[in-house]
Design a protein around this ligand. Structure first.
Ligand code: CDT
Length: 315
């Protein structure tokens, strides 16, 4: 049986703070139409794809941000996206802000199959940034204020003939994200991101933002022998420049398709999921080569525990 999935990475340009859901959804439907014309059966949209990246703004009362959150999925404004995708037999990944009936807020992504049914949900685990207003920053990164850490772990789902894992933005910088999913057989790992081109917490040359974006996804694609698809919200969003660089990476770690703009743009690639098998059966055959007796501190401690000082060690 062929395991070729034609993947569309649907990058979005900036979404203005006052842009309506209907407008954002229409832009995504336009990309879905292009994806249908180009034979895609799976499309990946960005993190928080329905709104501007609102954690850059401070609100004392977090409920004043609730208009950026979805209380149901699909809801009246997002249902047209589900319908447009199902009409074309396209499954998708969508990132959005989730407000649960019992009042929890998460940075969430869902996996939808080619009939429009939600098959998987992931809530962002590695929330970057800070929780209180920081006057030193030109804009805020208040994900720790508006969201709780995800409570669903790193799941994988069987879809499109393969095993798909989901992550969100900052998760891509953490090797544990990919390894946990790969231990469940992930062959295709998809994620959306909103990454400003400036590090506002410490000086960092701007070019490193794109370098690290690709470095983390390419290295982890190779080390887990999986396809990785990273899709940005890009461009100048209310004065904050978001890097683009959306790309599709094959299990060798090489980028096989990459956007050329910081606007709405679809790139596609027909991925043969069997390519993931070679690495999983050889260099990265986990069952054969992993040495878990030496990995205990990865889950037993969070921060660094230094070895004893030299003087103490000598005693
Ligand atoms: N959205 C998101 O997770 N962005 C972060 C920015 C890091 S700076 C606080 C990222 O890892 O790209």
């Amino acid at each position: 049986m062929s395991r070729i999935v034609t993947i569309g990475a649907a990058q979005l340009g900036p979404i203005a703070p006052d842009e309506s859901r209907a407008s954002a959804v229409n832009r995504m439907i336009e990309l879905l139409k292009q994806a249908g014309d180009r034979g895609c059966n799976f499309v990946v949209f960005p993190e928080l794809a329905l709104t501007t990246f609102f954690p850059r703004y401070y609100e004392e009362d977090i409920s004043r941000m609730d208009h950026h959150f979805e209380r149901e999925m699909p809801g009246p404004e997002t249902r047209p996206l589900f319908e447009a995708a199902a009409e074309r037999g396209i499954g998708f990944y969508l990132g959005y802000a989730e407000l649960t009936p019992d009042g929890h807020r998460y940075n969430t992504a869902i996996l939808v199959d080619e009939t429009g049914k939600i098959t998987g949900k992931y809530r962002k685990v590695h929330l970057p940034g800070h929780s209180e207003y920081d006057p030193k920053r030109p804009w805020q990164h208040l994900e720790k204020r508006y969201f709780e850490p995800g409570d669903l772990g790193f799941g994988v789902w069987r879809q499109h003939g393969g095993i798909i894992g989901m992550a969100i933005c900052n998760d891509r910088r953490w090797p544990e994200t990919y390894r946990v999913m790969s231990l469940k057989g992930a062959e295709l790992i998809v994620l959306g991101y909103n990454t400003p081109d400036v590090n506002t917490s410490a000086f960092e040359p701007n070019h490193l933002r794109m370098f690290h974006n690709h470095l983390t996804m390419q290295a982890n694609a190779y080390m887990n022998s999986a396809f990785v698809v990273g899709v940005a919200k890009a461009g100048m969003e209310d004065g904050c420049m978001l890097i683009g660089g959306s790309c599709i990476i094959q299990p060798s770690g090489e980028i096989v398709s990459q956007v050329s703009s910081v606007d709405d743009e679809l790139i596609t690639y027909s991925a043969d999921l069997d390519l993931a098998r070679m690495g999983k059966e050889t260099v990265f055959n986990f069952a054969k080569h992993r040495r878990i007796e030496h990995y205990g501190n990865i889950t037993a401690q969070t921060g660094v525990e230094l070895p004893p000082e030299l003087s103490e060690a000598a005693e």
